[in-house]
Every structure is written in C-alpha cells, then in structure tokens.
Ligand binder design. Structure first.
Ligand SMILES: Cc1cc2nc3c(=O)[nH]c(=O)nc-3n(C[C@H](O)[C@H](O)[C@H](O)COP(=O)(O)O)c2cc1C
Ligand code: SF4
Ligand code: SF4
Length: 266
C-alpha cells in the first residue's frame, strides 16, 4: 500500500500528486487538512506533496508533520512545488521537523500563483510550459520512488533560507505570525458574485462560507490564494493597502472535474 498526502491551493501540487500516484501501485491520495488523522502510517511508501510558501512549508503542512509518524522501513518521499526556480528552504525546514527520515526530496517548478506582491502570477503560456516540463520529469521521479532510491542531498538553494531571516517582508516567520489574520484582507464584489459557491468549495481548510454573502471565517486561512484564483467572475480581491491582487492575473491548475470537496481519489 502507498499513500500520498497533498496540500494544494490552486492545483499544481495536486497535479504532481495525481500523476505520481498513477505510477505507484495501490496508491491512495489524501488531502492534508486540519482534520487529517494523526496515526502511525503502516504503508510501505508515503509521499507528501505541497507548495513552497515564503521559502518554507504551508502552516497546515507543518502542523501535519509535527504529528506525523510511520512504521520503520517505510519509504518517505517529499515533493515541494514552487513558482520560482531559485526557491529553497523547504529541505532544511523538513530536516528540522523530521530529522533524517526522508528518503527522497525534490523541488518541481510549476506556474507561480503568488501575485500579492510586486509580481504577478504566471501566464497561461508559462503554466502550460511548466506543466509539460513537469510531465516530462514525472516518469523519472516515479521510477526513483518505485526503486526506493535514496536522495537526501542537502540542496544548495536551501541556503536561501537565510533570506527568510534577513528580509522580514519575505520571511517565513512573518508569514506564520500573520497567517490566521491574512483573510482579513479578502473581500468580494457583490455585483460580480453569482453565489456559485466555488470559492467555498475550493478552500482547502474550510475557511469560507456562503451566508447571504461570501464570508471568510478568520480561523485557519493559509493564504493559498485559491479563493481568489478560482472565482469564475474575478469577484474576489485581496488588498491590505500594501499587498494586492488588484489588476493581477488569475491562476488555476486543477482539472475541471476535480471534486473541490476533496473527495476524489485515484
Ligand atoms: C503565500 C504564498 C507564498 C509563496 N511563496 C513562494 C516562495 O517562497 N517561493 C516560490 O518559489 N514560490 C512561492 N509561491 C508559489 C507557489 O509555491 C507555487 O505556485 C506552487 O506551485 C503553488 O502550488 P498549488 O497550486 O498546489 O497551491 C508562493 C505562493 C503563495 C500563495
Ligand atoms: S467563486 Fe466568485 S462568484 Fe462564486 S461564490 Fe465565490 S465569489 Fe461568488
Ligand atoms: S480563505 Fe482563500 S486563501 Fe485562505 S485558505 Fe481558504 S482558499 Fe486559501
């Protein structure tokens, strides 16, 4: 048996999880949420796949890993999707949490969904290019996993972890300290919203509800930007006076038939 746990705001990490999962026998995909049970996993192969946030792990993934354990002899692989090829820091943070338990670690550069600072998310052309580069890389990665290859090397780019300490604006600690309040800066344009519910279903941590209007619940937002990116009418924006999505591109890489409730497995 194999299990892949994934967290994905806009679909990149889900695509990687799905495509690798299809190449591993008897593999189940499980969405990481705050509800993911903390049990000792008995599977022979375990994968964890998620996006890089501020040179580190999404808070919900970090939280999941603090309570994560598996039987001795299992093969653990971790893949971090990122928007810029130089991003690092994840490997170092993983070692701080899991010690030397990871057998295989890999970054995959996908389209960038981060657009609240001075840059924009990737264009459709870049998304397609990076999806096809990812598709080309996956058979080799899956073969490495199926052969239980050990790839633990400390990555050069992980030295960039120091950026998170030197420049607080891009710092992981800044992200962590503000994360639960980050949804204060989302708002919805009621004139554009058709109450289709897609943003509610897209939220990977159930932080949005549709009452008379769309409401953010201010408890466990991850700043994945999924709600902003998925809206068919571009009715959602983020603006805190400093960082904004206004005038930026949307980015979405889930399959059209993906069950946003997360019930779909392979
Ligand atoms: C809050 C946030 C912070 C991000 N920080 C980084 C980063 O430090 N380095 C990077 O390469 N990409 C960064 N990104 C881009 C994502 O890691 C990348 O687009 C990822 O593949 C998205 O995966 P998903 O579609 O599964 O959510 C960030 C995205 C968000 C939303
Ligand atoms: S996805 Fe957009 S249109 Fe649909 S309910 Fe959310 S804000 Fe409204
Ligand atoms: S509220 Fe929006 S940004 Fe926050 S976790 Fe949910 S989908 Fe992501």
């Amino acid at each position: 048996m194999a299990k892949i746990f994934y967290f994905s705001g806009t679909g990149n990490s889900y695509q990687v999880a799905k495509k690798i999962g299809m190449r591993i026998d008897d593999c189940e995909l499980i969405k990481i949420t705050y509800k993911t049970r903390n049990i000792i996993h008995e599977d022979d192969v375990i994968g964890i796949i998620f996006p890089v946030y501020y040179f580190g792990l999404p808070e919900v993934v970090e939280n999941f890993l603090f309570n994560f354990d598996f039987k001795s002899g299992s093969y653990l692989f971790v893949i971090a999707t990122r928007g810029i090829p130089i991003a690092g820091g994840v490997r170092k943070q993983l070692v701080e949490i899991l010690g030397n338990k990871i057998s295989y670690f890999q970054y995959i550069t996908m389209g960038d969904n981060f657009n609240i600072d001075f840059w924009d998310s990737s264009s459709i052309k870049t998304k397609e290019l990076r999806n096809s580069q990812c598709d080309a890389a996956i058979p080799k990665i899956a073969m490495s996993i199926n052969c239980r290859l050990e790839k633990k090397r400390y990555m050069l780019v992980d030295f960039l972890w120091f950026i998170t300490k030197k420049f607080p604006r891009y710092g992981y600690n800044t992200y962590l300290n503000n994360i639960y309040n980050s949804d204060n800066s989302f708002y919805v344009n009621d004139k554009l919203c058709t109450k289709c519910n897609k943003c509610v279903r897209s939220c990977p941590v159930e932080n949005i509800k549709l009452d008379k209007k769309i409401l953010w619940m201010h408890n466990n937002c991850q700043l994945c930007l999924g709600c902003y990116h998925c809206c068919p009418n571009n009715a959602i924006q983020y603006n805190n006076g400093n960082l904004t999505t206004i005038g930026k591109r949307q980015y979405w890489n889930f399959d059209d038939d993906y069950s946003l409730n997360g019930k779909k497995t392979l």
